[in-house]
Write a protein that binds this ligand. Structure first.
Ligand code: SAM
Length: 388
């Protein structure tokens, strides 16, 4: 069995609050979840399978393959133990490396120090074996090594991803307070969106929810949108396997187009950004764009899902200024969206209360370190209005 085909412990990381969606995605792709915590899921995968995860996962940040576990009490021991590892088999001494770490060890007071010592260990090993040292720095566009060190136990991972998977590469034009791509994908998973019913996204900003929906509906692997991954720089990774995984991912795309996806925003610049981003993602032909107040958004005849991610106080402006907008959101959903499933992604009780409709489900999310909720409303004729 080649090292490429050997199953290894693989940690897939994600933003806080997204681990259940990541676990569901992994299971759907046929991977068992060995453990799950706030920021990731552990599974077993060969290097080829881990490449597949890089290309297909919608809710993950990084795919990390476990390289070694070492015991070390301080940075000197980290250096000496790490220097014994076979770095020459995995790192190209003519390449570029970056170290990222997460450390809880009482001997460490400067969080950059372990990165420097691990980088020294790797470079010194490569000089010892081949006489050449790689360049190193903070850019994650080359080879990336992750260190997770708690007390006397350090775990070293080879990062297969490099830049976060949430940086799909299509958001060339962010508008104000954009939602992270991985959160948008998780919100759509929570809505059970599959492209079979219309989706309306008023207040679309730079279009992240609409674009992620189009990618999901077409079963387009999000990782195909960019070409550079850290594993492309590994000495030991099989280039043919990577090309084959990309080719297989391309074949997943379905021919049929989804039910209408409508994106609207009151700001012309937001719609300009949404259009440009959708063109970059290759899904502009699947989205109808409108510049209008959310309440004027043209609704398809067939019912579906409507999702609003408006501004919320702590991030943008003051809650008080937004109360009337949220009252109007409630009116819009009650009058215009009768028969639809309505969703509002927001933060803060006063704003939620201002909608004055009965919430059928609240799902917590953390967006840009703010506690948020995805609120679900079943909007039937005569939906119950809660009096303030
Ligand atoms: C938080 S941003 C949405 C971000 C979006 N989910 C993204 O990922 O880029 C809120 C958006 O609501 C829009 N907006 C505010 N008031 C509006 C109104 N009355 N009608 C339509 N859009 C409005 C803003 O222009 C802004 O683009």
């Amino acid at each position: 069995m080649t090292t490429q085909e050997q199953k290894r412990k693989t940690r897939v990381t994600c933003a806080p609050s997204l681990a259940p969606y990541l676990k569901a995605e992994l299971e759907q792709l046929g991977f068992d979840c060995l453990s799950m915590d706030k920021t990731g899921v552990e599974t077993l995968a060969t290097t080829t399978e881990a490449m597949r995860l890089n290309l297909r996962l919608r809710t993950a940040f990084h795919v990390l393959q476990r390289f070694a576990d070492i015991n070390c009490r301080n940075a000197d021991e980290l250096y000496s133990e790490a220097k014994r590892l076979p770095w020459d088999r995995v790192i190209d001494s003519a390449g570029f490396i970056s170290i990222s770490s997460n450390v809880r060890n009482e001997s460490i007071t400067n969080s950059m120090f372990p990165n420097m010592r691990l980088k020294d260990a790797i470079c010194d090993k490569l000089v010892q074996v081949g006489g050449k040292r790689p360049d190193a720095g903070s850019s994650t566009d080359g080879m990336v090594v992750n260190l997770h060190w708690v007390d006397n136990k350090a775990r070293i991972y080879l990062n297969m991803t490099g830049r976060k998977l949430s940086d799909r590469g299509y958001r060339k034009m962010p508008f104000m307070a954009p939602m992270r791509e991985t959160i948008a994908a998780s919100v759509l998973m929570e809505m059970k969106y599959d492209g079979s019913r219309p989706l309306v996204v008023p207040m679309c900003g730079s279009g992240t929810i609409a674009i992620e929906a189009a990618l999901m509906a077409k079963q387009r692997a999000p990782g195909l949108l960019r070409s550079n991954y850290s594993c492309n720089h590994w000495l030991h990774a099989d280039k043919n396997a990577w090309s084959q995984e990309r080719a297989d991912a391309k074949k997943l795309m379905v021919k049929d187009d989804p039910a209408p996806i409508i994106a609207s925003d009151i700001e012309p610049e937001a719609i300009e950004a949404t259009k440009k981003n959708a063109v970059t993602a290759g899904v502009d032909h699947l989205i109808d764009f409108h510049i209008c107040d959310f309440s004027e958004t043209p609704m398809p005849e067939e019912v579906g899902d409507v999702v609003l991610h408006g501004e919320y106080g702590i991030r943008l402006g003051e809650d008080d200024e937004l109360i009337s907008t949220y009252k109007r959101i409630g009116d819009f959903m009650k009058t215009t969206c009768s028969g639809w499933d309505g969703y509002v992604f927001t933060s803060g009780k006063p704003l939620i209360g201002a909608i004055r409709l009965k919430v059928s489900k609240r799902t917590p999310f953390i967006n840009a370190e703010i506690d948020c909720r995805l609120l679900r409303y079943e909007l039937y004729k005569g939906s119950k209005v809660i009096e303030a």
